[in-house]
Ligand binder design. Sequence first.
Ligand code: NAI
Length: 385
Amino acid sequence: MAKLTWGMIGGGAGSQIGPAHRLGAGLDGHFAFAAGALDHRAADGVAYGRSLGLPDDRSYGTWQDMLAGERTRSDRVDLVTVATPNATHFAITKAFLEAGFHVLCEKPLTMTIEEAEEIVRLAAACDLICAVNYGYSGYPLVRHMRAMVARGDLGRIRLVKAEFAHGHHADATDADNPRIRWRYDPAQAGVSAQFADCGIHALHMACFVTGQAVTELSADTVSCIATRELEDDAMVNFRMDGGTVGRLWTSSIALGNQHGLSLQLFGEKGGLRWAQEQPNQLYHMPLGGRLQVIERGEPNLSPEADRATRVTIGHAEGMPLAFANLYADLAEAIRAREEGRAMDPAANLYPRAEDGLRSMAAIFAVAQSGRNAGAWCDARPPMFR
Ligand code: NAI
């Protein structure tokens, strides 16, 4: 099978998330890394791209140069990943969609709901794939949770509890460190800090596994480190369109928590519990039964979990493999379009621009509710009301 080609904007030397994308995109051999504008310092980006093996004429200094260079090539890249800081996502994603490229954008999709709606409309009008990197949805047992809910194993889901609470910004004496301070500065981060950075992953996971969308929410947001303008902790209560009640806690001052991402579901016929730091085990409590441990890689899981599993049972599974599952889904989506066939339903799970838009609406609702003593707010984007 011919490889698809892939380009990246952002993810330069020393970036946090660039290496995970390169590992994820290349892991299964679906995508060959063919072009990039990797750094906000043009010369550094060009040099780093070359060091990663990009040809001289496809290691670009700026994303505008990459757009100009790629759009006229007969072998233009099949997919562009946008892994730059948040405030640049909208302009870059819009420009590449307008030029006819499929895009995978990092979260949050944009800085405002209006921008996210524009991206959703544009991708639909151009009939292009626009995905958002809620990469944790790529874990095999997360996909298995979704499959168990969809096939009714748990009955109606009464409650979902999602957490993304880490302790890496807990040091008040380090709050002015420039690598941390910008995240809590409204001019650079937007209306929300911790919820927009981490809480939306937990919220997306709650929606992904239940197959439901958030309708309204109430948020208690707080800056535990008083010099911060934006929240470093939030407790969000929410309601979903299938009747499920949601509870979400996100924090960056939870000392002792490392990554701190976990999800629990409580249905009429059973409960499920999964934590990202132990991704190979899913705990299932059937009503009236005994607690069971579902292991990644065991026989007779769902097609969605089987498709996303590479290493055999018992071996450790890393976070880039979850990203790799999104890239494998995107490769299947692009190929299905090119070949004029329906895509494998077990691959049709990558988060869409619509998910990015719903997150933007949730971010604004959390900020609004937090400012208004936890008043319940409509959390749906205007175009989905
Ligand atoms: P970072 O600050 O570590 O790296 C950003 C990279 O983008 C740097 O190499 C920088 O030089 C480059 N860059 C900045 N402006 C650019 C421009 N105009 N053109 C080309 N390159 C440019 O940031 P990090 O942590 O890697 O985050 C990047 C994005 O990924 C953010 O939107 C963040 O929210 C998201 N992210 C997503 C995660 C996930 O699990 N999905 C996890 C961590 C970050």
